[in-house]
Ligand binder design. Sequence first.
Ligand code: BGC
Length: 566
Amino acid sequence: MAVFAMGWQKPDNVAGSSAPAIMVGLFVATGGLLFGYDTGAINGILAMETFKNDFTTGYVDEEKNPGLYPSEISLIVAMLSAGTATGALVSAPIGDCWGRRLSLIFAIGVFCAGAIIQVCATNVALLVVGRTLAGIGVGIVSVLVPLYQSEMAPKWIRGTLVCAYQLSITAGLLAAATVNILTYQLPSAAAYRIPIGLQLTWALVLALGLLILPETPRYLVKRGLKDAAALSLSRLRRLDITHPALIEELAEIEANHEYEMALGPDTYKDIIFGEPHLGRRTLTGCGLQMLQQLTGVNFIMYYGTTFFNGAGVDNPFTISLIMQVINLVSTFPGLFVVESWGRRKLLIVGSVGMAICQLLIASFATASGDNNQPTQNQILIIFVAIYIFFFAASWGPVTWVVTSEIYPLKVRAKSMSVSTASNWILNFGIAYGTPYLVDTSDGSPGLGSRVFFVWGAFCILSIAFVWCMVYETSKISLEQIDEMYERVEHAWNSRSFEPSWSFQQMRDFGFSESGIPPADPQLELQASNASTSQSDTAGSSATNTTTANSQDAKMASQMGNIDLSY
Ligand code: BGC
């Protein structure tokens, strides 16, 4: 319990209130419901008798029942993935042009248009159009929700808020599975129209809520809208716009952005070749997102029922539903420890746990072959459940947390959109490639249950990847993460990083090309930790800056050990 409490405690020296930002962050997190629900609903719908009767174009199955041609099923499923990957890629230009908030509202509009078309659809073509549109909406949401959250959250709870987004994804997946089970026996088109239409309710609530939420202060700084940024920050921190802590936070965001821009432009080319270390950061984000998919989670999510069925498990539908419940509940431990353990430790523990489970499942399943005994099935189910626990508590949420934190403001939307698109592309590849890999008929690779060796191998690879590539981003502000990438050469040393630069001071003394501040002793903040460094910033800027008026200086000196870095 002590570890949990540690991660969640607002430091005493943080000025203002974190409550508004937490509430806004939790509300926006529910965008994950659309993500989870939309990806989860289709499997059940495709299996519904009424759906098959209404949409058949002449195909009949072995039992002479009407159904859809395999190519039609592939198209219906594939177009969502094509839409999500496209949506992820377009999210950057629109997020940078219209802002995070308006782009989110737009994405929800596109999603609703797609859902309405699907509800009205009476043939495959219209259904495919609807799914593509809904997919584009979900793809944009999947980039902009974590981006919005990280850009407005106080640093001490930023990771937890982004984890809440993953919690919503899992709630959406579970809701879809539950609604399908409740409606699939209805004798009319309501069986599939209700599950599709229900998505609209939350989408509308979310869009209405977003109308009154603030734009992120960091986006406003990026657009040079300083006054609007101050107002937004003032709403989020419940501090007056003249409060020194607010002025300081804003000034640091601005100075950091100026510093980044001084190092080079913010084009797509720069997300690979730009400074500071943008290529390494983009690679980290793409690698994390791809490995998240390669841990094999969606094999369980998409094919769990078929897999349990083939393995001779009784009630495969119930078992799949139980897996969804475990997926949701297990996100909580991750949410609790993501701040106190940090991102690296949680990812590595998750990788180890997942690798052990996957390799054990593969070994058991391979050893038992077709000889399915109740005990072997129980072992299988138990290890799949433990695997889901480890995924949901670690790689599920933390992938989104890290990719929303590691990029500097100037390319954040672009890099996040590219890394999220790599998640969707792999999601698609695994959804389509796995049935072929697993198929044991002639001409196929015939991996069968041995496919778990493949996921296990990627889980092992992910340990090395995190160790070498993922920097520890907990407890420091997004601007200090920039400094960390400058000063810490190896990811494995990042945990001990302590911020000591103030981007405002660097600006005042001139940015150097190397990104290293001039060797002026006055620039050396005596920071032994983040909070003292920031109170020193307040103190030294009050005394060093001759232009500071005496009122400001007096306020700053009264602030003592207040942490001004969010
Ligand atoms: C992944 C999805 C996955 C879900 C399962 C998300 O973080 O990106 O692909 O289906 O977690 O909970």
